[in-house]
Ligand binder design. Structure first.
Ligand SMILES: Nc1nc2c(ncn2[C@@H]2O[C@H](COP(=O)(O)OP(=O)(O)OP(=O)(O)O)[C@@H](O)[C@H]2O)c(=O)[nH]1
Ligand SMILES: [Mg+2]
Length: 244
């Protein structure tokens, strides 16, 4: 439950995002209408990303030399002081102006997590492979964990700091985002979505390795699905659907 904003910690993982990071950070700095801190967790970029962040002066730069999207986010979150954590990529693909909208929804609904969903983007800018992969993953996740999300692979989320501290997250790479949803579902934390738009990458290459990440994400989904509590909840959800 998140009923008020004390401070927002924005955590941004970066690995060679020199052409994207400046716009993301300055937009957040200017637009975010709450007390805030911006934490960039950089994987020792070699393209000048760190220098750009340092020069701005108002961001906290943490260098996390170990590889992995999940590890970077975990390190950032460990250092966050706000009662709400925003996680967002530093690659310019998310509309960071929508943070205010996510926070408003979080408070209004007393939610533990708000995800920005890219599935209702009128321009349908997401690549077909990512779109289909995301849909399949999301179908299995929703079905197994009795949720109603549309974009489980969204890396743009507002999260209750208290809730995230209460779950154990072990995945070091892209499956981290899915593991977080699974653990939240298991704890009974509320997760809702607000629509956002998707922008194609303008600079640099994706670090996502589709095949490797796909396998890791599916193993994570199935690994946590077989305990008695999850099976009981799923059964109850089926019965409820059948009774309608
Ligand atoms: N610190 C750190 N950041 C990383 C690492 N891998 C990815 N990132 C960052 O995490 C964010 C997500 O990675 P992306 O490469 O954009 O993955 P994606 O969003 O699936 O791919 P796109 O379709 O290109 O957006 C980006 O801001 C990356 O720079 C890493 O090992 N360390
Ligand atoms: Mg990205």
């Amino acid at each position: 439950m998140t009923s008020k904003v004390e401070m927002i910690s924005v955590v941004i993982p970066t690995l060679n995002e020199a052409g994207n990071i400046l716009e993301a950070i300055t937009t957040i700095y200017e637009d975010l209408a709450y007390p805030k801190e911006i934490i960039v967790v950089d994987g020792n970029s070699t393209d000048g990303t760190k220098e750009i962040v340092q020069e701005l002066g108002y961001c906290r730069l943490i260098v996390e030399p170990r590889r992995g999207y999940g590890l970077a986010l975990k390190t950032g979150m460990k250092n966050a002081k706000g009662n709400i954590i925003i996680m967002v990529d530093g690659d310019g693909t998310y509309e960071v102006r929508h943070i205010n909208r996510m926070i408003a929804k979080m408070i209004e609904e007393d939610a533990d997590m708000v995800l920005a969903t890219r599935m209702y983007d009128p321009k349908k800018a997401m690549g077909i492979m990512n779109f289909v992969g995301n849909k399949v993953i999301t179908f299995f996740f929703d079905f197994i964990y009795s949720q109603f999300l549309s974009d489980t692979q969204s890396g743009f989320r507002a999260i209750s700091h208290e809730a995230i501290d209460n779950v154990e997250l072990n995945e070091g790479d892209m499956a981290f985002a899915t593991e977080m949803l699974i653990k939240f579902a298991k704890e009974g934390y509320s997760m809702i979505e607000v629509p956002t738009t998707y922008k194609a990458r303008k600079y640099g290459r994706p670090k996502l390795r589709r095949f490797k990440s796909g396998i890791e994400i599916f193993s994570t989904i199935f690994k946590w699905s077989l305990d008695a509590d999850t099976i009981r909840k799923r059964e109850a959800a089926w019965k409820k659907t059948r009774a309608k």
